[in-house]
Design a protein around this ligand. Structure first.
Ligand code: GLN
Length: 488
């Protein structure tokens, strides 16, 4: 079997018992990338040479030694808004087009500590703002299942790279759905951890109260393996939780779901849900029931306020976070301007794309004196209600199951002219982000057009183990994970 088709845990086993070298692994992936990357366009920056050099050094060092660390020699892709020392980190923006970070994000330092190999940095919507990867300054990525369709966003490059076997696993970031939604579009697994579970240090900030880094992988076991390494307290991120990290791969011991109460929120199956998506998700719920899950109807009444709330909170925070790009400290600087003010203005004018500018304006407006209470203050109050909705629901159930996206992946270009339409595709993922709780997206079917459909499993804060356990049981009881796209 070709190495690039293996999951992380399968490849790790082969490497661990000495069947393959790190060099052979990188060579296999380099070949795969050269075959399909011209079509998929998952990466902004490739690091094949440095990955090969690291692999050689690793093989040399390991001669005669046991290879015990789970991510050692494993070729990963990293979303290009996560800082990697000495490797270009652009956020898919012209304004950071030349930015080479002088340090690693904490998650990268942890992967490095295990001897992982960085294959490259993946494409995204500029500053992670979007749902289709079409807002990248470097052009969109493509859905490996059908190259005329979006791979989802904003971590579309990472999800496409995993689905196209251009890496064994990847990191994404999720502010309002950007891990789960592209995972659903590309038929792979994406896990958004609880807010505070994974350090945000070195993740370029979009909306700091929502951003989380998480794994995008070929199966649920791989997501648990990656979460094991990236989760945990970090003194460099004051919002990271100082709680012990369990071994998430142990969550799979129990195969059935007996005694697990699973809530189905009726608000998530209302108008606007594509019938094919609804059918696939309802069949998945039946499967969870067969596995022993106790299915119950629940209510999340504030669901219809989620999009408005999210787009106030996220844009307000973004407008503040993006004030730092002024041409002075790093990144692009506009040339031949007559004074400092013009330099600031021209740099931002030239450096940011239209969606980023739109959000800076929306957020600045929401925060401005006189409007603050009416918009930002109100959004914060509604956010609390959304969180309480989930808290109340989790009194009665242990997990909540919903669709990830209202439709399968849409055609490239279909929604670019209508930002509001694009925002509406986030309806099923943003409440979870506002509540700060964990959720996974995993494949649960295909549309008649052959595009993947995702299932979302949501858990209580810091109960990733329960989420992973249910996801794993469902995955093992179905065959979706065995399907691979034919890239043509
Ligand atoms: N699609 C949402 C947005 O555009 C979420 C993005 C994200 O999670 N980074 O803001």
């Amino acid at each position: 079997m070709s190495l690039h088709k293996l999951t992380l845990h399968e490849l790790q086993q082969k490497f661990g018992n000495g069947e393959v070298t790190a060099r052979e692994i990188v060579q296999a992936y380099s070949l795969r990338i050269s075959q399909v990357e011209p079509k998929v366009k998952a990466y902004i920056t490739l690091a094949k040479e440095s990955a090969l050099a690291q692999a050689n050094a690793l093989d040399q060092k390991l001669k005669g030694w046991r290879r015990t660390m789970p991510l050692m020699g494993m070729p990963l892709a990293v979303k290009d808004n996560i800082c990697t020392e000495d490797v270009l980190t652009t956020c898919a923006s012209r304004i950071l087009g030349n930015f080479v970070p002088p340090y690693d994000a904490t998650v990268i330092a942890r992967l490095r500590g295990q001897g992982y190999l960085l294959l490259g940095k993946t494409n995204l919507d500029e500053f992670a703002m979007g749902s289709s990867t079409e807002n990248s300054a470097f052009g969109p990525s493509r859905n490996p299942w059908n190259l005329g369709f979006i791979p989802g966003g904003s971590s579309g490059g990472s999800a496409a790279a995993v689905a196209a076997d251009e890496c064994v696993a990847a990191l994404g970031s999720d502010t309002g759905g950007s891990i789960r939604q592209p995972a659903a579009c590309c038929g792979v697994v994406g896990l958004k951890p609880t807010y505070g579970r994974v350090s945000r240090f070195g993740l370029v900030a979009f909306a700091s109260s929502l951003d989380q880094i998480g794994p995008i992988t070929k199966d649920v076991t791989d997501a648990a393996m990656l979460l094991n390494v990236i989760a945990g307290h970090d003194p460099l991120d004051s919002t990271s939780a100082n709680l012990p990290v369990p071994d998430y791969t142990k969550a799979f011991k129990k195969k059935e779901l007996k005694k697990l109460r699973i809530g189905i929120p009726q608000e998530y199956f209302a108008e606007g849900l594509d019938p094919e998506v609804e059918q696939a998700v309802r069949e998945a719920i039946e499967e969870l029931k067969r596995l022993g899950g106790d299915i119950q109807d629940i209510k999340l009444p504030t669901t219809d306020a989620a999009i408005a709330t999210y787009y106030l909170v996220a844009t307000a925070e973004a407008s503040s976070n993006l004030a730092r790009y002024d041409g002075v400290k790093y990144g692009l600087r506009s040339k031949q301007t007559k004074d400092l003010l013009e330099m600031y203005m021209m740099t931002r004018q030239e450096g940011f794309g239209p969606e980023v500018k739109r959000r800076i304006m929306l957020g600045t407006y929401a925060l401005s004196a006189g409007y603050y209470d009416a918009y930002y203050g109100k959004a914060q109050a509604v956010r609390t209600l959304i969180r309480r909705d989930f808290e109340a629901a989790f009194q009665a159930v242990d997990l909540i199951v919903t669709p990830v996206m209202p439709t399968p992946a849409f055609k490239l270009g279909e929604k670019v002219a209508d930002p509001l339409q694009m925002y509406l595709s986030d309806i099923y993922t943003i409440s979870v982000s506002l509540a700060g709780i964990p959720a996974i997206s995993l494949p649960c079917g295909f549309s008649r057009a052959g595009l993947p459909i995702g299932l979302q499993i949501i858990g209580r804060a810091f109960e990733e183990e329960t989420v992973l356990r249910a996801a794993h049981a469902y995955e093992q009881a179905t065959t979706w994970r065995t399907k691979k796209p034919h890239i043509r």
